[in-house]
Write a protein that binds this ligand. Structure first.
Ligand SMILES: [Zn+2]
Length: 139
C-alpha cells in the first residue's frame, strides 16, 4: 500500500517499526549489556524519554538506544524507581551529551505546545529512516 493511502494509525505503526529496526541495526547490540553483560531476549529500541511523555522525541535517534528485552522491560522500565535508577545512571554516565539534549528537548516540548503530528510528518519519518537503514546496510 502506498504510504499516502495509509491511515494515520497505520503510518504510526510503520514509522515505529522502521525506527525500531534502524536503532537495532545502528547499535547492533544491547548497549547496557555491552558494559554489564547479562542480556536475554530479542534486541529492541528503547526510548530515553518515554514516547508518551514527549512525542517530539519519539523518532529522535538521540533519544533511542538498543537494549535487549530483559534490560529494556525488566531494567529501564522497572516500576521501582530505586532499582531503575542504575539504568538511568548508566545512560547519563556513558552518554552525557545525549542526556542533556533530550532533557532540553523535553523542556522545549512542554513550553511550546505547537508540536503537531500529521500524516506527512509520519511519511517523512518513514522515508528518513528507510534511507538511513539503506546506508547502514551498505557499510
Ligand atoms: Zn541487555
Amino acid at each position: 500500500m502506498k504510504l499516502e493511502n495509509k491511515s494515520i494509525k497505520q503510518l504510526r505503526d510503520t514509522a515505529d517499526k522502521i525506527f525500531n529496526k534502524y536503532v537495532v541495526l545502528r547499535d547492533g547490540q544491547c548497549m547496557y549489556g555491552k558494559i554489564y553483560g547479562g542480556c536475554s531476549g530479542v534486541l529492541q529500541c528503547s526510548h530515553v524519554v518515554a514516547k508518551g511523555t514527549c512525542s517530539s522525541l519519539r523518532y529522535d535517534e538521540k533519544n533511542a538506544k538498543c537494549l535487549c528485552l530483559k534490560h529494556h522491560i525488566w531494567g529501564w522500565h522497572l516500576r521501582d524507581v530505586e532499582q531503575a535508577k542504575k539504568y538511568v545512571d548508566w545512560f547519563v554516565e556513558y552518554y552525557p551529551e545525549r542526556w542533556e539534549y533530550v532533557q532540553e528537548k523535553k523542556a522545549e516540548y512542554k513550553r511550546d505546545r505547537t508540536f503537531r503530528i500529521t500524516k506527512d510528518y509520519y511519511i517523512d519519518i518513514i522515508k528518513k529512516y528507510k534511507a538511513k537503514i539503506k546506508e547502514l546496510d551498505v557499510k
